[in-house]
Design a binder for this molecule. Sequence first.
Ligand code: HEM
Length: 254
Amino acid sequence: MNPVFLLRLGLDFLAVGLFMAALAYWWMDNRAHELIGTGMFALLFLHNIFNRRWYAGIPRMRRQAKPLVTFGLNLTLLVTMMTLLATSVLISQSLFGFLAIGGPDARDIHILAAYWALVIVSIHLGRHWAIVMNVVRSLCGVRRPRIERTVLLRLMTTAIAACGVYSCFELAIGSRLLLIPTMQFWDFNEDAAGFFLRIGSVAGLYVAVGHYGVTAIQAFRRGRPLSRHRCGGKGRAGSDMTVPSPIPLNQQRT
Ligand code: HEM
């Protein structure tokens, strides 16, 4: 497998890890939070450079199988991340303190953008989950689908999604997404690992939503004669990160 491709995927997962670490604000001091967040934005910048063909492909997007979903989701992600970046600079206390002019509103918007980014990044990852699965299959030398493995993976996905729903209540994700003040704060002195398990399961829930959402849209479109022509299997315009699956398309189950 192409090592540059693997490196890119590794950097993307590192960015996701840094993002989740930044969400654990009260686990660290402000300087560490700002350093982690800035590192995540540097990787995000690289991610956009590597995937710049998506921007170039926007004019041709009408001919794609899922143009509206792709464009809408990526645009929302872009706006959310830009908001998070702008408010980061506005409220910075350590790294960009000399630029900081933000007040209480900027802080609220920073937190709002951070939790919306958690949801949208996870759905974005779910949309590309087939690529991740193809890499894992290749690395593990999996050549044929096996029903037992598929059932096991789907059971695991269901369990993670169920934990995600539970964790949404525990972490008051709904209130944070709607900017409703909440007194639910995680006690990192008590259980720091528990926070990451919960935030990871919330991400897993939305990865599943993204992955199975795409699968459902594709199934729906395949049912229509016009979309069969459109889904001709040429791959996504603007995405150069497709990996040929070691399993033939008609035998893939995940
Ligand atoms: C991955 C990107 C980031 C995420 C997900 C994120 C998330 C958060 C969250 C959730 C909080 C609030 C914690 C709470 O009060 O419950 C917070 C606070 C804060 N963040 Fe970020 N952040 C990110 C990047 C940054 C960056 C790059 C900077 C500055 C360079 C920054 C500066 C701050 C500051 C100063 C606060 C404290 C605000 C206050 O208590 O007055 N953040 N961040």
